[in-house]
Design a protein around this ligand. Structure first.
Ligand code: HEM
Length: 423
């Protein structure tokens, strides 16, 4: 039996594009209602941008994510705003491409992010993680984002990209500014002279991208002279349509990696630490029963879901879950919802450190854009869990986490913790 598409528009009760509606917590109750009543719902906007479809159903997200012919990435992925063509082109990275252009772009760095290349980083990641834990375990309360969860991903990222460790703090600062533009804590007066029009054409709409570009140019010049075993070398040697990447393609690719590799892994680690503090029995069980760290990594990713949504645009009229979507409509896939879907996860609102059935969508809903950095992220999370298991008896939450104000990233700005030493 075919179901006739509805002509009425089921709607969201909250404006999900309003960062204020995510600041205190992810709006779980609204997503539970949407999954039940309207897995594809219209979200009106009241700030001049057109509204969009909020897809909260697990199955529907899988369909949209895999169907690149009908749901395009070209008009923007990480924002719910309307972009004109010039703006989209100026900001474009492989995230905002469809096959076959996307396939060629992704191919350039794919080997550098594959399991073989990433496994070579393990000893180094472990050494750095141990060094950080040695300073923090048993040493009294500390702010965990700056002392621990920011540190591991940025060191790894510098090593993959081939960025000198002395530029580490710059990379963290730039990606904080680029991701945190809806949070008053991340307003930097150094960039206040940039006009709205200038910002409009910049990646993430933020002039900090220009500073990251300057570093990207330096690195590219260096690697053209002296190639190394790193991602920047792959980028300067890489080709699309039998030509090297142009300056804009290279710089946007580089910047996207800086941000993608930095924020997401950090926030997953921060949410994991909070979850371990709030579920001491799960941590005790993990240590006592030597549970599988790979399952714990999966649960950390599901629990944290650091990227709330990614967006597509419908290229032609299409029906989804009985709802008609018009050509040109924006469609946001809410992983924040899918990862708590009752039909796919037993007791989805519980943190289960050895959750065995865990088809989470933290890295995307499947298809060609599935997170390129997933092996790097999982390696770092696994090493952190393994090294904590032998050193940390309990994680104690000393202060309430301070959350990033963002409609896109489930960020933790700071959290006071204590790591109690294992005897
Ligand atoms: C916990 C950590 C991470 C999470 C949750 C995450 C999440 C995601 C998601 C949801 C997408 C899909 C975008 C889409 O469907 O349009 C994605 C794509 C991507 N991620 Fe990650 N990511 C993480 C870590 C990383 C790291 C460490 C890197 C690199 C150093 C990275 C690089 C990328 C790249 C390059 C893409 C674009 C892939 C493409 O369009 O083909 N990610 N990530």
């Amino acid at each position: 039996m075919t179901i006739a598409p509805t002509t009425h528009r089921p709607t969201t009760a909250l404006d999900l594009s309003d960062a204020g509606n995510w600041h205190a917590a992810v709006p779980r109750a609204e997503f539970a209602r949407l999954r039940r009543e309207a897995p594809v719902a219209w979200n009106e906007r009241y700030d001049g941008h057109r509204g969009f479809w909020a897809v909260s159903g697990y199955e529907e997200i899988g369909l949209v994510s895999r169907d690149t012919a009908r749901f395009s990435s070209r008009e923007g992925v990480i924002s719910l705003d309307d972009f004109d063509n010039a703006q989209s082109d100026a900001r474009r990275t492989l995230l905002e491409m469809d096959p076959p252009q996307h396939t060629a772009m992704r191919q350039i760095t794919a080997a550098g992010f594959g399991p073989k290349a990433i496994s070579r980083l393990e000893a180094d990641v472990r050494r750095r993680t141990i060094a950080l834990l040695d300073q923090l375990v048993g040493a009294g309360p500390f702010e965990a984002v700056s002392a621990l969860t920011k540190q591991i991903p940025i060191v790894t990222l510098c090593s993959i990209l081939g960025v000198d460790d002395r530029r580490r703090d710059d990379l963290v600062r730039w990606s904080d500014l680029l991701i945190g533009s809806d949070d008053p804590d991340f307003v930097d007066p150094a960039y206040s002279h940039f006009t709205l029009e200038e910002r409009r054409m910049l990646p993430f709409g933020h002039p900090a991208s220009l500073d990251a570009f300057a570093l990207g140019r330096e690195l590219a010049d260096d690697r053209r002279r002296a190639p190394r075993d790193d991602i920047v070398t792959l980028l300067v040697q890489g080709e699309v349509d039998q030509r090297p990447l142009n300056a804009e393609e290279f710089l946007n690719y580089f910047l996207m990696l800086v941000v993608a590799g930095n924020e997401t892994t950090r926030h997953t680690m921060s949410h994991l630490l909070v979850a371990l503090a709030e579920n001491p029995g799960e941590w005790a069980r993990f240590r006592r029963d030597r549970l599988n760290p790979r399952l714990a990594v999966g649960e950390a990713l599901r629990w944290a879901t650091p990227v709330h949504f990614v967006r597509r645009v419908a290229v032609a009229p299409v029906e989804l879950a009985g709802t008609m979507i018009a050509a040109g409509d924006k469609v946001a896939m809410y992983f924040a919802s899918a990862n708590r879907a009752e039909a796919w996860f037993d007791e989805p609102d519980a943190f289960r450190i050895d959750r065995a059935r865990n088809p989470h969508m933290a890295f995307g809903g499947g298809g060609p854009h599935f997170c390129l950095g997933n092996f790097v992220a999982q390696l770092q999370l696994r090493v952190l869990l393994e090294e904590m298991a032998t050193r940390v008896a309990a994680v104690e939450l000393v202060g309430k986490p301070s959350r990033l104000r963002s409609n896109h990233v489930n960020g933790v700005k700071s959290v006071e913790l204590r790591l109690h030493a294992a005897s």
